[in-house]
Design a protein around this ligand. Structure first.
Ligand code: FE2
Length: 424
């Protein structure tokens, strides 16, 4: 007797009519016509069952603070950083915890069960670090939160930031962050990458740096990050986030850069919602899109994830924790319209970031954790097209969130009374 069986599911690899058996929080069977009984069965005929959405890049310490203390007028990254600086002295631990927990509720409702969040360490009190470490424990039963020690104001530029970053790691923060393009000079940026990668190597930690989040075609910290990853043997443990300068780089230079990233085992994390709005702000027309070169990196075999980055904070006034919305924007900005490319966009918010975060037991095979999402869609492309409803969100074999199917009721002469968007 199993705990739960999902009957007649579609899987992301194209299999249909598959039963998924779950026991003790794990997937124990994936086969058609499973001859077993369970305490509960759910008929998911024709619906896509996927492992949960994963957000590889987020800022949970600033989320849901939109309008505090004011709104970003220029819409630029730099005004966002200045605004965050104005808000920081007013922050309280309770307020950060409350907003973060509220966001995690939103995330669960959207089937987003793993998030890598950067946390600013450029506050000597490390208020946000303490708050998010608390949140990480609170949400553990239903959401995997991985934290990155992020020196928002520059680990060299901001007095005391390196010591605070080390202290944050000592307190239990998981990953080493950085922001080389915000250091005072290119040379300081490169030095920050070296110091932070050496710190990660010493401690056996992963690295995820905000890198080249700029329209400057000569901002080349991803080259330095790849070099340090290769030099220190950090292959498979390093991610470069944003990488927007690559959008503006010379093609010849990129043809040298991408093989270096591949050789160094460096992954990329693009943030399409944010970078389509933050970048290109100094252009007249044509305006640059500002997203990094996603299809080209994928063609080179470099893992590329899409992150949400921000929801209702100094940098972005919208967002809802919906990784299908993130992937939808990435698909459009990257002109990733082939069947293969659309599937890659779905992977960029599921399996690819799961690999970057190093999630254990992720997937829909026998032996994986029974963390699953049932979508009101037949396949990944339809899920993207419809930003499909999350009919069931399952954690460790338990249904933790449900959403009613999205159905429009119509009153039209000579037409059916209701139409499910799924049939659209
Ligand atoms: Fe970011």
């Amino acid at each position: 007797m199993l705990d739960l069986i999902l009957r007649r599911a579609n899987l992301t690899d194209g299999r249909t009519g598959v039963d998924i058996g779950i026991q003790h929080g794990r997937i124990v069977a994936v086969e058609a016509g499973l001859a077993a009984t369970a305490a509960a069965e759910v008929d998911v005929t024709g619906q896509l069952v996927t492992a949960p959405f994963v957000d590889a890049h987020f800022h949970m310490d600033s989320t849901l603070s939109y309008g505090l203390p004011r709104v970003n007028q220029s819409g630029t990254l730099l005004e966002g950083i200045a605004l965050w600086g104005e808000l920081k002295p007013q922050l309280t631990q309770d307020a950060i915890v409350e907003r973060a927990l509220a966001y995690c509720d939103w995330a669960v409702g959207k089937g987003l069960l793993a998030i890598r969040s950067h946390v600013d360490v450029c506050d000597p009190r490390l208020l946000a670090v303490e708050a998010l470490l608390h949140v990480r424990e609170r949400v553990k039963p239903y959401l995997d939160l991985q934290l990155v020690a992020f020196p928002q104001d520059g680990v060299l530029r901001s007095r005391g930031a390196m010591a605070q970053l080390v202290r944050a790691l000592d307190m239990g923060v998981d990953v080493v962050g950085g922001i080389p393009h915000f250091e005072r000079t290119m040379a300081d940026g490169a030095e920050s990458v070296r110091l932070l990668c050496e710190l990660a190597a010493e401690r056996g930690l992963r690295v995820d740096m905000h890198c080249d989040e700029s329209d400057d075609p000569l901002s080349r910290h991803i080259e330095t990050l790849s070099y340090q990853a290769q030099r220190l043997g950090l292959q498979g443990r390093v991610a470069g986030s944003h990488l927007t300068s690559m959008h503006s780089m010379d093609n010849y230079y990129v043809s040298k850069l991408l093989p270096l990233m591949k050789e160094a085992g460096v992954a990329a994390i693009a943030n399409p919602l944010i970078n389509i709005t933050l970048q290109g702000r100094h252009d007249t027309y044509p305006k640059r899109r500002g997203m990094t070169r996603v299809p080209e990196m994928l063609a080179m075999g470099i893992p590329v994830a899409f992150g949400h980055d921000c929801v209702m904070d100094p940098w972005y006034s919208l967002g809802s924790g919906d990784m299908l919305e993130v992937a939808h924007m990435g698909l459009h900005v990257g002109q990733m319209t082939s069947q293969l490319a659309m599937r890659q966009c779905f992977d960029a918010v599921t399996s690819t970031p799961a690999g970057i975060l190093g999630l254990d037991g992720y997937g829909t095979e026998v032996g994986c954790k029974a963390d699953l999402v049932v979508l009101q869609a037949r396949d990944p492309v339809e899920a993207l097209r419809l930003r499909a409803a999350r009919l069931y969100v399952i954690r460790a074999g338990q249904v933790i969130a449900q959403t009613a199917p999205n159905v429009a009721s119509l009153s039209l002469p000579g037409r059916p009374a209701s139409v499910s968007y799924q049939l659209g």
